[in-house]
Design a protein around this ligand. Structure first.
Ligand SMILES: Nc1ncnc2c1ncn2[C@@H]1O[C@H](COP(=O)(O)OP(=O)(O)O)[C@@H](O)[C@H]1O
Ligand SMILES: [Mg+2]
Length: 398
């Protein structure tokens, strides 16, 4: 989950300044802005009288009794409606606390606050925005076109639905060329192009009409899969659509086209789990190095970025090994999936999942393991025989 809010803090003490500054290091606030100023309440009143208010104010004050109420009334006058306020104050009075909460102050901390307490208070204050925290977003992107990122996204989606009996929504972000509908043998009447076109007024009921069913627990927001939808994804429209999708399922699988632009970058950075699929050759190695050098610092250590090698064995000669990828990318592939034309061509031609057409194949087994890895439910050590597991972080070498 990632919160997109702007926060203004007016502090008096080092401890509170540090607590606020720590938000910048937290992935939850990756897309938030945090501005810290000295001077406490006086500075806040002065500053806000001339500017628009941030969505969240954190204000430190030493005022007591009447003086405190006068300050808060003055603050209310300069704040836009809907602004949330967290106060760190000196007055130790339980009635005061109740009155403040009644007046719309989100939280009152006595004397100081820790980074952890502040984070919890912000999550509570923005409960409406954190509602979709119940869903886990998993993005699939290929290092090159045709490496299998879409087919793996769709199969992992069906495995998640089967393994955990939870709702999964696949969002096909490849408007002209997307294949999710083909994978599930669907002829969608409405698609993501409709959702993007209606992004400004979209709600769950509307979005429900755009979804197709891909078996038990699986729904799809398909791509039109033709060249003349006339619709292009923009970062804002996509965010609006995804905010609604995330409230409708436990897992949201994003099938990301092989492109590199602002919204693709947002998607692969913001997803709870990002799976980068590559084939074991030199071009994929070069692109993999670039992609991991971008994703590693941008996603941070808390959010896994996985590399999956696919179509292993297709080239026979001259293929690169997992070890070579690890040396250059600094991350060990989470797993490798063999080239298996029978299984994959069978699935494609029938519009069925690998488990249906090739239940005993290595590919089906590996897809199940990948689903467990990205589920957020299983411990990683159980799933990886060898050390590593493809998690980025300290492993990353230049
Ligand atoms: N391991 C594999 N073995 C054989 N064919 C595969 C394998 N993985 C993917 N394919 C096939 O490769 C083609 C491209 O896959 P797709 O998922 O559309 O790639 P991408 O989304 O990365 O462009 C499809 O025909 C798919 O069935
Ligand atoms: Mg694709």
């Amino acid at each position: 989950m990632i919160l997109r809010i702007n926060i203004g803090a007016f502090v008096l003490t080092d401890a509170v300044r540090d607590a606020v500054s720590a938000l910048n290091e937290d992935r939850l606030f990756l897309r938030s802005t945090v501005a810290v100023q000295e001077g406490g309440m006086a500075a806040a009143l002065d500053y806000l009288s001339q500017r628009s208010t941030p969505e969240l104010l954190v204000v430190e004050t030493t005022a007591m009794d009447e003086e405190l109420f006068n300050e808060l009334n003055a603050l209310a006058e300069v704040c836009q409606p809907g602004t949330k306020v967290i106060i760190i104050g000196a007055e130790n009075d339980i009635n005061l606390f109740k009155t403040l909460i009644d007046q719309g102050i989100s939280q009152y901390f006595l004397e100081t606050v820790t980074a952890e307490e502040l984070k919890t208070a912000i999550v509570d204050a923005f409960a409406d925005k954190t509602l979709n925290a119940k869903s886990r977003t998993i993005a699939f992107a290929g290092l090159r076109g045709g490496v299998g990122s879409s087919v793996l996204a769709h199969n992992v989606a069906s495995e998640l639905a089967r393994l955990y009996d939870e709702d999964v929504i696949i969002v096909d972000l490849d408007i002209p060329y997307g294949t999710a509908a083909l994978s599930y043998n669907l002829q969608p009447s409405q698609t993501i192009a409709d959702a993007i076109a209606q992004a400004g007024s979209l709600d769950e009921t509307m979005l429900m009409r755009y979804l197709e069913t891909g078996g038990k627990n699986v729904s799809l927001l398909c791509a039109p899969g033709n060249l003349n939808s006339g619709i292009e994804i923009t970062p804002n429209a996509l965010e609006a659509v995804l905010n609604i999708v995330k409230q409708m399922a436990s897992y949201v699988i994003l099938d990301v086209p092989h492109m590199w632009n602002a919204w693709v970058q947002d998607v692969v950075v913001d997803a709870d789990d990002t799976v980068i699929v590559g084939a074991p050759d030199l071009y994929n190695l070069r692109d993999g190095k670039n992609v991991f050098e971008f994703l590693s610092p941008n996603r941070g250590m808390e959010a896994p970025t996985r590399l999956v090698l696919n179509k292993v064995g297709e080239l026979r000669k001259g293929e690169l090994t997992e070890k070579e990828f690890k040396e250059v990318l600094g991350t060990k592939p989470s797993l490798s999936i063999p080239f298996d034309s029978d299984a994959f061509a069978g699935a494609m031609n029938n519009g069925e999942m690998l488990r249906k057409v090739a239940p005993k194949s290595k590919a089906t087994q590996e897809v199940e393991t990948l689903a467990k890895m990205v589920s957020g439910k299983e411990s990683l050590s159980k799933l990886t025989k060898k050390s590593g597991g493809g998690l980025l972080g300290s492993l990353f070498k230049k």
